[in-house]
Design a protein around this ligand. Structure first.
Ligand code: MN
Length: 242
């Protein structure tokens, strides 16, 4: 991904986990979209708590979020990488939201630097059962079969998968983190020294693998006070309140 040379500030946001059950978080994100001083926005996955197909755009909540993104996309480029919750966001969603699909991983060049962007789940290789599940659900065959089911059935299946995933995480000593060796390999392949990802809900910046890492915060203003934007300018990367 390349940005216009005139860009002054790029915002990175991930793990909003938006749903109709998160009205304060959704409202804060929409206010952020309307007022951010950035001139490019990169969404790094899990914008939605669940996405079971672009026919969700028929629902008022999902249509409202897409419309807010579309309004923002008229002022600045908005790139969107899918996460493990919303990996079925497709062409119809991008058209409705004005977003540009961003592959995972992707290199972004700006301010004379290269940064490597990923949602983060693909780097959490210690969680073998999850990686097996991920490989299965990313195949065209699985996705075609899933999307052929009625919407209500897909929503029920997604709820079941989410409950199973939460039970799995609670049984672990620690939530899986990005693997340092694989991260170093990815950075080398990308010719980058800076890695930006979300997913782990453990925000922080520091040395990692062969470079520097910035982990994005999740947002939850309904049960907590978490909301953060990572802003990239010529001066560097900075965490700001939305
Ligand atoms: Mn995630």
């Amino acid at each position: 991904m390349r940005l216009d040379a005139a860009v002054q500030a790029v915002d990175f946001v991930s793990d909003l986990h938006l749903s109709a059950a998160m009205p304060r978080t959704t409202e804060a994100f929409m206010a952020y979209l309307a007022h951010t001083p950035a001139d490019a926005l990169v969404l790094l996955g899990d914008v939605f708590e669940a996405w079971v197909g672009d026919d969700l755009l028929s629902q008022p909540f999902e249509a409202e979020v897409a419309a807010a993104l579309h309004a923002a996309s008229r002022r600045m480029p908005v790139a969107l990488m899918v996460g493990n919750r919303d990996f079925l966001l497709g062409a119809a969603f991008h058209a409705a939201a004005g977003t540009q699909p961003l592959a995972d991983p992707s290199v972004l060049e700006a301010f004379g630097q290269r940064v490597l962007l990923t949602h983060g789940d693909a780097l959490c290789v210690a969680d073998a059962p999850y990686q097996q599940f991920r490989a299965q659900v990313r195949t065209p065959a699985w996705q075609q079969a899933f999307l052929a089911r009625p919407l209500a059935e897909r929503q029920a299946l997604a709820r079941g998968m989410r409950d199973a995933s939460q039970a799995h995480q609670q049984g672990q000593v620690a939530y899986a983190d990005a693997d340092p060796d694989l991260s170093a390999q990815w950075l080398a392949d990308a010719g980058a020294a800076v890695l930006i990802h979300g997913h782990t809900h453990r925000p922080g910046s520091g040395p990692f693998a062969s470079g520097q890492r910035h982990v994005l915060s999740d947002w939850d203003l309904d049960h907590g006070q978490r909301a953060e934007v990572l802003r990239w300018t010529a001066a560097g990367l900075q965490r700001v309140r939305p």
